[in-house]
Write a new protein. Structure first.
Lengths: 263, 262, 260
């Protein structure tokens, strides 16, 4: 703790932060458990904290759960792959030409607010309940932030950097890779993080709404069976997986940002 | 102009603890005085800690040891009669408020009624030459004009002491000259005591009665130079004066000198 | 030359995508030529029937009224709680992991729990929408208020601007762009969740009519529902842009081109 800041304001050291965050979780857990025991939170409404944890423990021992997890992440990975393979190169191209970029921005922005669920019905009938449903939906959903961030990063390369490249007689592709791509990397990192989060959400949605195999589908089954403890356990597990995905990609994003060339 | 020190800095030390551990001493045993009605400039090499000094004087930063005494009292937070103008005008003025509203804000915080505050704001804006532009927003104004708004905001509070942190560093040379003269004009008209931190030696000598020269960090006071140029400063006449060049060279030599060389 | 390009950008470019989409659809449907992709005229007539004034009242209104109630509720509570949390440093740090958890949890995953607990009525749907919007906006409010420009904060401290004046004239407008971004994201999320919440035992609603058409193989109607949903998404987003203009103009942010 130091008094570097304004008068009366101390900044938290690394351990103090960690302690505070842990205590936040602990306090929440305790409050939850007490509410359940005291009857403020009736069992019909929600299982207690301990029940939820034991529920989690139980399902983590079932094969169905891990198969579902694997399916979800398989679809996620496939969708991410497609998004990256299409989104980044397309973004590079769109961003590298000024006129094309300026035309493409409002075009994409016009389409962006369409919720990912819109194409689900037709994809569901055309492709069926399987793995492809998730993958297609995910690709459609996750591609946009990737495309937008990549093209933005490439398009907003400082003119100075480009001029320097021209003066040194860089070819078009060399310029594209060494100058534009390099400058755009931090933004691409952000785009990938956003895409990863969206991809995960869409994977769950595809399972829940479309019945694609995975955790979402398990969630749908549990809800049809009115199985509240299972629902809580599954939802908590999904939340944890979501946190893992976002944390991993946030740290990737941060690493790329450290490399950022400041203007 | 009386010789009563309105501001007394005694043995000011400031050490920062670094986030990765270790410490950095920015200020070491800084002592100087500012008399009532004076203009004092603080100069030093880049990164010397000039801004740190100013923040301590403004009550924004707590010194590690030593004292800052304003009007006889040791300061623990920003005193009532102190106002400041910062270098980054675009980020110290609120862009969503008009110039007038920006100037009124501190006044309203002090409890003035809306009419009173408005009157004072308009007067302050007129005195910095922005009459007629009270309703514009900062982002509609040029850099020099924005800094005038910041100055008006500080003046409207009727401060005994006006602190300025490299206020004109982000402006072009011509605008800088206009604003320097504006400071002199305000000083004459309102008898405000001014402490200006600047890296521009010419500016320091042009404006000030005394120049406090800081060394490289850990910054100490290398010297306090008295500027005995004629009081009615003029951008051209004063700078033609051979005394100006002498003082300039003297201060410049000190600033550029490596303190470990002697 | 410049005038022509800006005219092109403002009017032609946004229309490009729908034209591309329509053209792509026509080609694709022709190539596939199966039931799943009915011809455009058939979709158009199904659209007219499904979303006739009667149809709008029957199916569009229930969904949209849920959104109209849920969104502001979520938004307001998030702003209020966000202000509180941002102010108390310990609370902010302590709640970080909890908020991060709920942000990482896809909003659609919470829908089953709500439906099972509270039944599929309109109140539940409004609650679901409110909760989805709440977390999205909360994060942005807290983040925006905690990362205020230090120069701005320094000036405000120096001139002793505190209390409600500080909150309403300095802090909130300062965090304004971020809060608006969160509110916009919350709106998109709200639309999504609105549709998903109608999956369970709902007779009337935009999502309900689309999904029931799908399961009864009424593909033109299904497409009518999909197109309508897309239009709602785009339309609400456009309304949001219009609504945020006054703030942006006052803050001088209209001049700059928007980032991603």
């Amino acid at each position: 703790m130091g008094t570097n800041g304004r008068r009366g304001e101390t900044s938290y050291g690394r351990w103090a932060r960690f302690a505070l965050q842990c205590s936040g979780i602990v306090i929440l857990a305790i409050l939850w458990q007490i509410s359940s025991i005291a009857g403020w939170l009736p069992k019909a409404v929600a299982p207690s904290f301990i029940q939820t944890i034991s529920g989690l423990w139980q399902i983590s021992h079932t094969g169905t759960f891990w198969v579902g997890t694997a399916n979800t992440f398989k679809a996620w990975a496939y969708g991410m792959f497609v998004s990256i393979v299409i989104g980044i190169p397309l973004g590079l191209l769109l961003g590298s030409n000024k006129v094309v970029y300026r035309l493409s921005r409002p075009t994409i922005e016009a389409v962006r607010p369409i919720p990912p669920i819109v194409i689900l019905p037709v994809v569901l009938v055309a492709v069926g309940y399987g793995f492809n449903l998730s993958a297609l939906l995910i690709a459609q959903g996750a591609m946009w932030p990737l495309l937008i961030m990549t093209s933005y990063g490439v398009a907003t390369v400082p003119q100075v950097a480009l001029d320097t490249a021209t003066v040194f007689h860089f070819s078009f592709f060399r310029r594209l890779f060494f100058v534009r791509l390099a400058q755009a990397l931090p933004l691409i990192g952000s785009g990938v993080r956003l895409a990863a989060a969206i991809a995960f959400a869409v994977a769950i949605m595809a399972g829940l709404v479309g019945g694609a195999p995975g955790l979402g589908q398990l969630l749908g089954l549990a809800s049809q069976a009115n199985d509240l403890p299972a629902l809580f356990a599954l939802t908590t597990a999904i939340g944890f997986f979501g946190v893992v995905v976002i944390s991993v990609f946030s740290s990737v994003e941060r690493r790329l940002n450290r490399w950022k060339v400041s203007s | 102009m009386s010789a009563v020190p309105i501001l007394k800095v005694e043995n000011l030390y400031k050490t920062f603890t670094l986030p990765k551990g270790g410490s950095y001493t920015a200020l070491e045993n800084i002592s100087f005085e500012v008399a009532d009605g004076e203009i004092v400039a603080v100069v030093g090499p880049s990164g010397a800690g000039k801004t740190t000094v100013l923040r301590c004087l403004a009550g924004l930063l707590a010194p590690t040891s030593g004292s800052v005494v304003f009007e006889g009292e040791s300061i623990t937070e920003t005193p009532e009669d102190v106002a400041a103008v910062f270098q980054d005008y675009s980020r110290s003025l609120l862009p969503w408020l008009s110039a007038r509203s920006n100037v009124m804000l501190p006044l309203r915080s002090r409890g003035l009624s809306r009419t009173e505050a408005r009157q004072k704001a308009d007067t302050a804006l007129a005195s910095v030459g922005l009459e007629g532009r009270e309703g514009t927003h900062p982002w509609q104004l040029s850099g020099g004009m924005q800094q005038r708004v910041a100055l008006a905001r500080a003046l409207a509070c009727n401060p005994r002491l006006l602190l300025m942190d490299e206020p004109f560093a982000s402006l072009d040379a011509q605008t800088r000259m206009d604003l320097e003269d504006l400071v002199l004009h305000i000083h004459k008209e309102f008898a405000t005591t001014v402490l200006i931190v600047t890296h521009d030696i010419d500016e320091a000598i042009y404006l000030a009665n005394h120049v406090v020269v800081l060394s490289k960090p850990p910054a100490t006071v290398s010297q306090i130079v008295e500027i005995n140029l004629p009081p009615n400063r003029h951008q051209i006449a004063t700078k033609e004066n051979p005394a100006f060049a002498q003082l300039r060279n003297h201060v410049l030599t000190m600033v550029r000198r490596d303190p470990y060389e002697d | 030359m410049r005038r022509h390009t800006s005219w092109a950008i403002r009017f032609v470019a946004p229309l490009l995508m729908p034209v591309v989409l329509l053209g792509g659809y026509v080609l694709f449907a022709h190539w596939q030529s199966n039931l799943y992709f009915p011809s455009l005229p058939r979709i158009y007539s199904a659209f007219k029937t499904t979303w006739s004034p009667h149809g709008l009242r029957l199916n569009a209104w229930p969904s949209l009224s849920n959104l109209l109630l849920g969104y502001p509720a979520g938004l307001l509570s998030a702003v209020l709680l966000g202000i509180l949390v941002a102010r108390l440093r310990a609370l902010r740090v302590a709640s970080e992991p909890i908020i991060a958890f709920f942000l990482a949890l896809p909003s659609v995953a919470i829908v089953p729990i709500f439906i099972v607990l509270f039944g599929p009525g309109p109140g539940t749907k409004q609650l679901i929408i409110a909760q989805a919007v709440f977390f999205q906006v909360l994060v942005n409010v807290i983040d925006g208020l905690s990362t205020l420009d230090p120069t701005l904060a320094q000036s405000a401290d120096l001139f002793k601007i505190h209390g409600f004046r500080r909150l309403f004239l300095v802090d909130l407008p300062g965090a304004g762009s971020q809060i608006l971004a969160g509110a916009r994201a919350g709106l998109s999320l709200g639309v999504l969740v609105m549709i998903v919440s109608e999956l369970f035992n709902t007779r009337f609603g935009i999502g309900a009519v689309t999904l029931s058409a799908q399961s009864s193989f009424d593909f033109p109607t299904m497409w009518a529902g999909m197109v309508f949903t897309a239009i709602i998404g785009i339309g609400l987003n456009g309304l949001f842009s219009l609504a945020e203009r006054p703030y942006l103009r006052r803050a001088g942010l209209l001049q700059t081109t928007t980032g991603a």
